[in-house]
Ligand binder design. Structure first.
Ligand code: IMP
Length: 442
């Protein structure tokens, strides 16, 4: 039985997890299970001249394999219908099923996300999380408060109308009386009839793909398929271990995968060759000068979901060390090494300095995050080379300074680098160790 594989982002999202999942799915008989998050994610997969941008749909869909939106995910059925329509226009009909346990982002959750951000702002712009505005926090909050709607219950129960009417009336009181926000009587997010007619439409579209995820995973296992668990967001945004409160609301670490069906998994971390983040919160290794502009331009660092310019910095080892420990990482993928090409020197954030004290791992306390300054080590950079030839030649064809950069990361974290990528296209990579089998997809 092939081991389950979990792909975990080790920074603040956007590490390139989607393309790693796509490669793994493409390489062998498998099923991809997305285990956390919702349409806040933006996973980009490039195959030949086609670019796929996935939000709710797992990245495994680009490979044509069957995939499952797992029970730890939340779904916005309206957005998912748009996503499927966009894929259909490109002649792609993903084979996907949806766990009945997944919670639904209701129209009022998106409104609540905006209202809560405004409330957090108070007098200080710093207090804003900078959410994607997709209703993620309020939906997970309702799940935990047991006032949410699981998609199976919403679409398959006899008559959701009485509960929907009560919930919509409650949310209106919450907005108007607690948050002091006027919501127009005809706003469809708080109009029970409008919400009910959307639910009827969702039922038509999605009831046929609802499954019991436990049975679906068990069946894939019985068929000898490899199970690939696709994380969303990243470790730094994990609700348990991330940079709270500047986090998302899902369990993005390996625990989220195990809670949603992964058995004794091989845990693979994914980090870009530099760091990036969208939204607010401390980012000790952040760059602000023309080096940042160059990385943003070369790496096209704009959010897939919101289009916001991403903040960039040097690769952050304190955060990576914590991710390695919590997730028991068995290996690390470093993506986008081509983006850093042609810099004379590359920085590595090897530790944080807190009031003169050196810290090897990312802190827990929010104030410590704010005070942390980076300890940077500079290493020789690499030239922009013939990356096609490197892909053909495999690991040994990588430039010597790239290998030295990786060796330094291994020396400082104990993590083996098992793959690196140097272009968005599926074939632009070198792999070894537990991912050596991927070389066959070249
Ligand atoms: P939320 O997930 O929309 O609640 O946003 C919470 C924080 O996570 C914000 O800083 C977002 O920018 C960030 N975030 C959420 N999803 C992603 C992602 O897929 N990539 C990068 N940042 C994300």
């Amino acid at each position: 039985m092939p081991p389950d594989t979990v792909i975990i982002g080790t920074q603040f999202g956007d590490e390139g997890k989607g393309r790693v999942v796509d490669m793994l799915a493409y390489a062998e008989e498998s099923m991809v299970v997305r285990y956390s998050g919702g349409p806040n994610a933006g996973h980009t997969v490039v195959v030949g001249d086609q670019t796929f941008k996935f939000h709710n749909i797992p990245s495994g869909a680009a490979s044509g394999r069957h995939s499952l939106i797992g029970g730890g995910c939340i779904v916005d059925p309206g957005k998912m219908a748009e996503e499927l329509a966009a894929l259909a226009e490109a002649n792609i009909t993903p084979s996907v099923s949806l766990s009945s346990r997944a919670h639904v982002i209701m129209p009022y959750h998106r409104l609540q996300d905006r209202v809560e951000e405004a409330w957090r702002r108070g007098d200080s712009e710093d207090a804003v999380i900078g959410t994607t505005g997709r209703g993620i926090g309020p939906c997970y909050a309702d799940k935990a408060a047991r006032t949410g709607f699981r998609i199976g219950d919403l679409l398959l129960s006899r008559d959701p109308a009485p509960l929907i009417r009560r919930m919509v009336a409650f949310k209106r009181r919450l907005f108007e009386q607690a948050y002091g926000v006027e919501v127009a009587a005809e706003d469809p997010a708080l109009d029970a009839d409008a919400v009910l007619s959307q639910i009827a439409r969702w039922r038509e579209l999605f009831a046929p793909i609802l499954v019991d995820d436990v049975t679906a995973i068990q069946q894939a296992r019985a068929e000898g398929k490899r199970l690939i668990f696709e994380g969303a967001q990243g470790f730094g945004l994990d609700i348990e271990y991330g940079r709270y409160p500047y986090v998302s609301s899902s369990v993005n670490s390996v625990g989220g995968a195990v809670a949603n069906g992964a058995h004794h998994p091989l845990s693979i971390g994914v980090n870009k060759s530099y760091a990036s983040a969208v939204g607010s919160g401390a980012f000790p290794s952040e760059l602000f000068d023309e080096v940042a502009d160059r990385i943003v331009e070369r790496g096209n660092e704009y959010g897939t979901t919101t289009g916001r310019r991403r903040r960039v910095g040097w690769l952050d080892l304190p955060l990576l060390r914590r991710a390695a420990t919590v997730n028991g990482l068995d290996g690390l993928v470093i993506t986008s090494i081509d983006v850093l090409a042609s810099f004379d020197q590359i920085g590595l954030c090897v530790a944080y300095d807190l009031d003169g004290e050196r810290h090897e791992t990312a802190p827990v306390i929010a104030d410590d995050w704010e005070r942390a300054t980076p300890v940077i080590e500079m290493l020789p950079g690499w030239e922009d080379g013939d990356w096609d030839a490197v892909a053909d030649g495999g690991w040994d064809a990588l430039p010597g300074t790239v290998i030295s950069y990786f060796e330094r990361i291994t020396e400082l974290t104990g993590l083996e680098i098992v793959m690196c990528t140097f272009g968005p296209e599926r074939t632009m990579f070198a792999a070894r160790g537990p991912l050596a089998h991927l070389s066959a997809i070249r």
